[in-house]
Design a binder for this molecule. Structure first.
Ligand code: FES
Length: 158
């Protein structure tokens, strides 16, 4: 329908040892989080590089979260630290191209924090909704409204 904003899309790159397991736990407990969150499983958030995050924005994401293990608990020692540094770089790049830095967020969570996962994702989606659709896709409202999300946004990187 013309004139209506398209649905917000959020991509969450989730470490399989923590955030992805927390999402599983939430699902098992029937805890809900917004359906607009497309989870991409990763072996570690250390694998999430800047280009991959920017590519998600380019392909239609309005917000991108990278969700890794709690500080000091990464199975690859420093993967979540590297991811946090890269997300700082992403937010700087977003500002330079005129996007709000709040569209990118690093989240640290353990596998046992299913409820926290839903809380974090819901808060992030609400924050992105408040910003509105990404201006990168402002002209795509009418043509994209009924499309399913780009399959590349929810591929399995593991
Ligand atoms: Fe989870 Fe590295 S193994 S962030």
């Amino acid at each position: 329908m013309n004139g209506q904003p398209r649905n917000i899309q959020v991509v969450a790159f989730c470490c399989r040892f923590c955030a992805y397991s927390a999402a599983d736990l939430a699902g098992g407990a029937r805890l809900e989080y917004p359906a607009s969150v497309k989870i991409v499983e990763m072996p570690c958030t250390g694998r999430a590089n800047v280009l991959e995050v920017l590519h998600a924005f380019e392909k239609g994401a309005d917000g991108v979260a990278v969700a890794g293990c709690l500080p000091g608990t990464c199975h690859f020692i420093k993967g979540n630290d590297h991811a946090a540094q890269r997300m700082d770089h992403v937010t700087e790049l977003l500002k330079k191209i005129g996007l709000e830095e709040q569209r990118a967020r690093m989240i640290n969570i353990s596998a046992a924090m299913g409820e926290q996962f839903t809380t974090e994702m819901t808060a992030f989606v609400e924050s992105v909704k408040h910003l509105g659709p990404s201006p990168l896709h402002a002209g795509a409202n009418s043509s994209r409204h009924h499309e399913t999300p780009d399959p590349e946004l929810s591929h399995d990187c593991g």
